[in-house]
Design a protein around this ligand. Sequence first.
Ligand SMILES: [Cu+2]
Length: 140
Amino acid sequence: MKKILFIGLLLIIVLISGCTYQPRTETISQPTVTKTLPTAMVTEIAVTITVIATPVSTPAPVLVQIKGFAYNPSTITVPAGTTVTWAQMDSGVQHTVTGNGFDSGILNAGDTFKWTFKKAGTFSYSCSTHTNMIGIVMVT
Ligand SMILES: [Cu+2]
């Protein structure tokens, strides 16, 4: 009888301990693998990268004065990308800078007009009210 009671008690203890949930926390660390390649393999995968930096430069701006019913200088040669500024300096007179693809409109004394020549070519222009005023921009 004691034996049955002991087995029953033991069975109850086993059942109670088996029903208890206890979460387990484990920390698994990644193994670190270091492998040394043979020298021959290192040579095969070596790459030489050469970067050639080309400095980006903006051409210096150029000024043309409109004075005495003329463009001064009347002919200029500039690299592509140059911005040309015309400054109207004739008092009491209106002039324009009118070319193929660009037009300043009326410029009074003290006004300026800017145009950037992006492509190479020869660009002639004139004043729409004084057609004898002619200028040329040669873009290289
Ligand atoms: Cu004019």
